[in-house]
Design a protein. Structure first.
Length: 329
């Protein structure tokens, strides 16, 4: 099969399309999927740079942590899927190839209103946002959420899920244009984060000094102090990304006096059982919203598989709004 292959760590010149060993056959409770499109993520950039290896059991030289495709083969013990079903899901690695083989619990059904590119733009960002906001933070109707990097894939998914849940979404970005675009998806108020503390004063204005109930942080270390100050009493802070670094000093007294909950999340390194739970809850709560059009994938640009270097450059430019997608021929 053909696959995006990391032949050397570093720049985009280390990416090539090469022949790779076929994905394993579907046996027992496994499903083999013909991949038609795959989302591109910062995890793939980091893997190319040699900073984020795939978990054990996944190819180290084939990136890709989400995919959309058609079931081509099922194992004897598979009960949920049949050949021809349109499915998408997350995977520890190897998603940017013509075939993947996964456990049947790792798949969710693609609603008929989504084409392959749209479907590939869904799994990682909507599963991450849904798990972080609702499973981890227990977001409730009427609460207020601050979403950093609001124009990112996870950011635009989170904004829509917050709106669908009857909560209020505030956002930050380093680019005013991205915040303007994000209003279409339910962003209520926003501020250009020219300074890590600039959003704190904005949150005070928006909430009459009450603070927000949840902060979804895709930026990392630079925003820690501001996040703690922006949170309301009994607020929840969840770390999803570390683009500004992963180490920062924290004032424990703020977390203690406000009785804050601080947590982190990552889907890639979770066990099969944990990923199955994430996929099941996503299927129950988010797939119907996608089918009805209440939420939808946000695509920045679609590239052909052979254009993978340009796709990486697009993400690294920080100019993208929403998802970058690769079509897998």
């Amino acid at each position: 099969m053909k696959a995006v292959t990391i032949v050397s760590h570093g720049g985009v010149e280390g990416l090539e399309i090469r022949d790779a060993p076929d994905a394993p056959p579907a046996t027992l409770d496994r499903v083999r999927v013909r991949v038609h499109a795959a989302g591109l993520n910062r995890a793939d950039i980091l893997q190319r740079l040699g900073r984020y290896p795939a978990p054990p059991g996944y190819p180290q030289d084939i990136p890709g942590i989400e995919f959309a495709g058609e079931v081509s083969e099922v194992g004897d013990e598979v009960s949920r899927w049949k050949v021809g079903d349109r499915v998408f899901g997350i995977i520890g690695g190897g998603g940017q190839a013509q075939y993947v083989t996964v456990h049947e619990s790792a798949l969710a059904p693609i609603s008929p209103n989504l084409d392959w590119a749209e479907a590939a733009a869904v799994p990682e960002v909507f599963m991450t946002a849904h798990d972080a906001l609702f499973t981890q933070c227990g977001l409730q109707m009427g609460e207020r959420v601050l979403i950093h990097a609001a124009g990112s894939g996870v950011g635009t998914a989170a904004i829509q899920l917050v709106r669908a849940a009857g909560a209020t979404a505030y956002g930050t970005s380093r680019t005013a244009g991205k915040l303007e675009k994000a209003k279409e998806f339910g962003l209520t108020e926003s501020v250009v984060a020219t300074d890590p503390m600039s959003f704190v004063e904005a949150v005070k204005r928006w909430t009459n000094d009450s603070g927000v109930d949840v902060v979804l942080d895709l930026v990392g270390a630079a925003y820690l102090k501001g996040n703690l100050e922006a949170l309301a009493s009994r607020g929840r802070l969840i770390f999803v990304g570390t683009t500004s670094g992963s180490k920062a000093e924290m004032d424990y007294s703020i977390a203690m006096s406000k009785r804050l909950r601080i947590m982190g999340t990552a889907l890639r390194t979770r066990s099969l059982e944990e990923k199955a739970t994430v996929t099941r809850l996503f299927t129950q709560h988010v797939v119907p919203l996608l089918a009805s059009g209440a939420v939808r994938p946000v695509i920045d640009k679609v590239f052909q598989m052979e254009e993978v270097r340009a796709a990486h450059q697009r993400i690294e430019s920080n100019e993208s709004f929403g998802k970058v997608v690769l079509m897998i021929d």
